[in-house]
Design a protein around this ligand. Structure first.
Ligand code: SF4
Length: 353
């Protein structure tokens, strides 16, 4: 249990005897000003001293390392959780907005063949507080550099839909308490159909991103093993129901892999899935990982693939790879083991860069 796992009622109880507005001040300091409970100076000194010693208000994240790239516009944190599990969080500043890419599980059990996190295996689920505190960390760092964090993507380590209840509780706090617009929050999935169905029924205006990577079952079975459980016909049916019920735009993520999923036939198959749903396609050249031999599609072939999709009428964006040199790009989040420490079970021993 950590500070962002507590409900407001639990905070009121912690401040036993203090007027209720003190709980409001503590909540506001933690969620809107990203402050340490002991540094919220509107609270009386003796209350702050008590809060500093309160185990339930401990931080969930211990920063092991922060590295930066792109002239400081991309930062990656290596964070240790209370039990020694480790995760990564990435903050990206763009000219008009700032986005944090949040981990939802320590490791991942989905075993996508091209993904560094998947190659490292699953460690454990993350709690609501552990997920929310990554956003607070990035919001504080953004504020310190004069920026405002305004986008959250659940695309870090883990499959968000495999930790559905905690991810959704975290999203409610990110939207309701931190104040980031629901339309600026994106939940990704490699195709957990029951999760998409549950999200369809939520009264939340968040975005859904489906990491597709292949548009026929034969190839997708190889790239995304979960496809054997939820093949494309079932996945597309769930996506269709989501779009129809929510009237929200869905996006398909496509890591372009040289000679694997970047051929003319792949573009045609992808267009055939995207067009009926009016899905937006995001193309991201694959980042190199040590456990997967293929490389990303070269720039000329990326443009050709994009143009082919456009000719079919698909809305498509080529995403810039950010932070490749610090292994902070998509499919690269894997906890490296610092010199002198043994790798933990399920955690890869080296970085993907
Ligand atoms: S791509 Fe996503 S779901 Fe697949 S192994 Fe990597 S983190 Fe897990």
């Amino acid at each position: 249990m950590s500070r962002y796992d507590l409900s407001f009622e639990a905070v009121v109880e912690l401040l036993d005897g203090a007027p209720r507005y003190r709980a409001d001040q503590l909540w506001e300091g933690m969620y809107r000003r990203y402050q340490e409970p002991g540094s919220i100076t509107v609270l009386p000194r003796e209350v702050r001293a008590r809060l500093e010693a309160e185990p339930a208000l401990a931080s969930a994240l211990r920063e092991e390392r922060r590295v930066s790239a792109d002239r400081g516009d991309t930062s990656k944190w290596l964070l240790e959780l209370h039990d020694g599990a480790r995760i990564e969080t990435v903050l990206m500043h763009h000219p008009r907005h700032s986005t944090v890419c949040v981990s939802s599980q320590a490791g991942c059990a989905m075993a996508c063949s091209f993904c560094a996190t998947g190659q490292g295996g699953f460690t454990r689920q993350m709690s609501v507080g552990e997920i929310v505190e990554q956003v607070v960390l990035a919001a504080r760092a953004s504020a310190e550099s004069g920026r405002r964090l305004d986008h959250v993507v659940m695309m870090g380590m883990g499959e968000p839909m495999a930790n559905y209840a905690n991810v959704l509780d975290a999203v409610r706090r990110i939207v309701g308490d931190i104040g980031i617009g629901a339309r600026h929050v994106t939940i990704s999935t490699v195709g957990v159909v029951p999760g998409i169905r549950r999200l369809t029924a939520e009264p939340l205006q968040v975005n859904l991103a489906v990491s597709l990577h292949a548009a026929n079952d034969e190839l997708r079975d190889r790239l995304v093993p979960l496809n054997r459980r939820y093949p494309l016909s079932k996945l597309m049916q769930a996506c269709g129901e989501y779009v129809e019920a929510t009237h929200r735009r869905i996006s398909f993520e496509w890591a372009l892999i040289d000679q694997v999923n970047d051929r003319a036939a792949d573009a045609a198959e992808l267009a055939a899935l995207a067009m009926p749903l009016k899905a937006h396609v995001n193309l991201i050249p694959l980042n190199p990982t040590p456990g997967y031999p293929a490389v990303g599609t070269p720039p000329g072939a990326v443009r050709a693939f994009r143009d082919r999709l456009t000719s079919y009428g698909v809305n498509v964006t080529v995403r810039k790879t950010r932070g490749q040199e610090i292994a902070a790009a998509c499919g690269q989040l894997v906890v490296e083991t610092p010199v002198g420490l043994k790798p933990r079970r399920g955690v890869a021993a080296q970085t993907a860069s």
